[in-house]
Design a protein around this ligand. Sequence first.
Ligand code: ADP
Length: 631
Amino acid sequence: MAKKEFQAESKRLLDLMIHSIYTHHEIFLRELISNASDATDKLYYNAMQEGKTGVTRDSLPIHISIDKDARKLTVSDHGCGMTAEELEENLGTIARSGSLAFKQQMDASEDVDIIGQFGVGFYAAFMVAKKVEVISRSEHTGEANIWVSDGADGYTISPCEKAEDGTDIILTIKDNAENENFDEYLDAYRIQSIVRKYSDYIRYPIQMEMQRSRMKEGCDPEKPEYEDYMELTTLNSMVPIWKKSKSELTDDDYHNFYKSKYYDFKDPVRHIHMSTEGAVTFNALLFIPASAPFNYYTKDFEKGLQLYSNGVLIMERCADLLPDHFNFVRGLVDTADLSLNISREMLQHDRHLKLIATNLEKKIKTELLNLLKNDREKYEEFFKAFGMQLKYGAYVEYGAHKELLQDLLMYHSSTEDKMVTFEEYVSRMKEDQKFIYYACGETAAKISLLPQMERLREKGYEVLYMTDHIDEFCVKMMRDYKEKEFKSIADGDAGLESEDEKQAVEKLSETHKDLLEQMKEALEGKVAKVQLTSRLKSHPCCLSAEGSLSLEMEKVLNAQRMGNEQEVKAERVLELNAEHPIFKKVASLSDGEKIKTYAEILYAQAQLIEGLSLEDPVAYANAVCSLLSES
Ligand code: ADP
């Protein structure tokens, strides 16, 4: 029987396991039990669907046994088992969903913490075992096979005998090393405590022969004599965690459950445990992760909650239970109102499912608001990971989810120098302030340098800094918050000038009408207008946009342009500071060519300040140099 090599990725993973310095070796057992439970779920589900009688969860225990002398630890299940092909496919290669992420992480570094991050399943056995044997009989074929590997040089698969369907995983535990004690995994009490810690909620009995002690029959109670005996003991409570009452559970219980079930290495920022009765009856256990999974912002990411019908898993990722704006939520729903045999198509239209989804959406919002109120730091951690999704949610469908989401959004504030909400902003608006001001740019630091910011600073108005691509689209879609309109500081009509100032500018514009016209002509095809403004202080010029497309939106849309799509262009307005010496200088010029050069330089500077790139930087540099070299 020829030895087969592991597939390359699997081999690297195995090497990591074998030489693991990871401190939580004990999780290998959680992984094996969880596989055993999944396999039993499959068999149980089939049996239920076929209407087999006599099959109960209690009749399908997961059995653990220890042979100290042979250094063997065995985990057996009565699950669906595997055929020879399945053994090959499942255990010879990494096929799990996280494998891609895993691969990327491995390429990035040899950091062993990936074990904690992704939960590497079956291979975790090699952290504690020098040899692993898998004896499996498939419920479909009735044939049994044995897979054997000592890790390093591959594995073999050969036919064998097995009396019942299911799988035995036999580990030969490593010998103790200098600073590692592997004997503990041959100690029944240690095994019992690991099972209780990680696998208590598993819904099949996890059983083991435990040594007990009792008074010898017939002995004198005054001089009691004891004898040892073995008793088959169920180690887990079998109550799924979501069916337990909240008072029984600690944060640790929830966190352990979350981390082992959803392969996260960080505690969630929040867990939501609800049970509802009435129009629809269900239990739900939801988690809000602290960071986004590696594929979150890609099209590979699938949203959804696990759906159970009376404790039986009927769907691994039920997308209809979560709206897109809360797609980051992980967890499960268990209800008796859905039949076990419901098809995917029927499910989509099911009234109960819709009711549950509505309930969950409300609850998630409430809990996020609570988090925001009571644990700001955690909320900000959450918002860093998923804020973009909330903003996107407020934008799509023409702002249909605005009411639901607006209070969950946060932006960096110019006056507070931290993240703030719209509610906080509005609560401290100045008496004469009409708008909620925002400014767009690459970073908060760059925005704070924008010429238009000076005016707002002088007035003491707070400005929200928007640095995500979606931001301006989102606030434009929302239009207002509590009847206060959003206004970009780049807008021509940002409402920052007094009537007097406006009149003075109008008068001045009239005086310099020809000059402004001349400058506009010099910038033919580039700007729609050249005008004077009173909203700049020390800066000579800035660029703004007329119409609905802002400069920021122009940037975003052009960056997302595909193939030969046309570039979009905002209607640009070059605004000049009427009080600035440079404008006075231009006004004193009579040479048409010179005026053209000044117009071009000012326009180029305004573009640079806005973070736009110049079409012809060389011409700009030359123009500046020629002015500088003038005597
Ligand atoms: P995961 O469980 O995340 O898919 P594993 O590496 O733990 O990854 O297991 C790989 C696959 O091997 C499983 O998906 C399952 O199909 C199969 N498998 C593992 N253990 C068992 C078992 N006890 N019974 C049946 N199939 C199993």
